[in-house]
Design a protein around this ligand. Structure first.
Ligand SMILES: Nc1ncnc2c1ncn2[C@@H]1O[C@H](COP(=O)(O)OP(=O)(O)OP(=O)(O)O)[C@@H](O)[C@H]1O
Ligand SMILES: [Mg+2]
Length: 339
């Protein structure tokens, strides 16, 4: 593992075996996360963003999902040790999940338990991961966390049930809960899509501020390139289970190399249009079925620059400048367009 990295995903392949067929959800996904940086992961619905994070957390549904290949290397800050999360015994993984890597989900209502107060739920997270803490200390810490995420009158709201709060507040509670154990990595999977525009911006600001205050790495998953423009250091663009381009945020916006990234940029969905569920105006055609992907480059049926080779052979990732990789025949040296 490189010294600056806290996480390295290497050649990750994940398959779902379902009644309807086989879905190769991830095929050779690779990315790295440095200490205290934000990595943005973007791409259309179904490209594998969530499956990648569920694999990191080892929360893939069993028995349908299978990790066929790959490594997820994580550096434990406490011990400095490198571990492959995919090989960790479940008991140790539980410790990582609570203390070192936290995840917040798209829809906070489904992640919060309606029959317990938000305070009890944050306390529970604290107590599970720090068994020596007293209930009184945990309650104090829960209130402190609610204040930290900007919930007014935290001493009172700590006894609210989730339904007594707005969507934005519930998302703040989820963030409080995720951060209450002081994780090294926060995975935020579409943390704002269920919220309205102004609240989305507030939540993203909050996550940014907490990153500066607490120091942690963030994997920010979104449909929306606009969201990561301001919040990410580097960006991984995914298409049908692959990372097709990976680069510092400036390069993605100023010098995108993959035709898919270029199309995404032409159609940067605005926060007020709620993401990329609609066909992309900058890219013709629809996503192919995951049960029956095209041969060759997975993007070729929609690509304006398609060449013969693209229909037959899949390009591998090529580093075109330091830290900038792209999976496209246009950028393989010696290849020329034959159309
Ligand atoms: N439990 C499952 N059973 C079968 N296939 C699944 C399951 N979960 C995910 N998949 C498939 O894996 C692929 C990747 O899905 P994933 O949820 O990672 O997409 P995503 O990029 O997070 O999309 P979205 O933006 O809609 O959240 C899709 O083809 C999806 O249908
Ligand atoms: Mg998802």
């Amino acid at each position: 593992m490189e010294k600056d990295n806290i996480l390295e995903i290497k050649n990750l392949h994940v398959t779902f075996y379902t009644e309807d067929g086989i879905v190769r959800a991830l095929q050779g996904v690779e990315y790295e996360v440095k200490h205290n940086e934000t990595l943005g992961v973007v791409g259309e619905s179904g490209c594998g963003k969530s499956v990648t994070s569920l694999t990191i957390m080892r929360l893939l549904p069993k028995p349908q999902a299978k990790v066929e290949e790959g490594q997820i290397l994580f550096r434990d800050k406490e011990t400095g040790q490198e571990i492959n999360l995919l090989e960790l015994p479940e008991e140790k993984m539980r410790h990582v999940r609570g203390n070192r890597i936290s995840m917040i989900f798209q829809e906070p209502m489904t992640a919060l338990n309606p029959v317990y107060t938000v305070g009890d739920q944050i306390m529970e997270a604290i107590l599970i991961h720090n068994p020596e803490t007293t209930r009184q200390e945990a309650r104090k810490k829960a209130i402190e966390m609610l204040k930290l995420v900007g919930i007014p009158a935290a001493e009172k709201r700590v006894d609210d049930y989730p339904h007594q709060m707005s969507g934005g507040m519930r998302q703040r509670v989820m963030i409080a809960m995720a951060l209450s154990t002081n994780p090294d990595i926060l995975i935020a999977d579409e943390p704002t899509t269920a919220l309205d525009v102004t609240i989305q911006a507030q939540i993203l600001d909050l996550i940014n501020r907490l990153q500066e205050q607490l120091g942690m790495s963030i994997i920010l998953i979104t449909h929306n390139l606009g969201v990561v423009a301001q919040n990410a250091d580097r960006i991984a663009v995914m298409y049908l289970g692959r990372i097709v381009e990976y680069a510092p945020v400036r390069e993605i916006f100023h010098d995108p190399k993959h035709p898919y990234t270029q199309g995404l940029l032409q159609s940067v969905p605005r926060l007020d249009r709620g993401g990329l569920k609609e066909p992309l105006p900058g890219i013709s055609g629809n996503l192919p079925s995951p049960y029956n992907p095209p041969p060759g480059c997975k993007f070729h049926p929609r690509c304006p620059y398609v060449m013969d080779r693209c229909r037959e052979e899949e390009p591998s990732a090529v580093e075109i400048s330091p830290g900038h990789t792209v999976r496209c025949w246009l950028h393989v040296k010696g290849e020329k367009s034959n159309e």
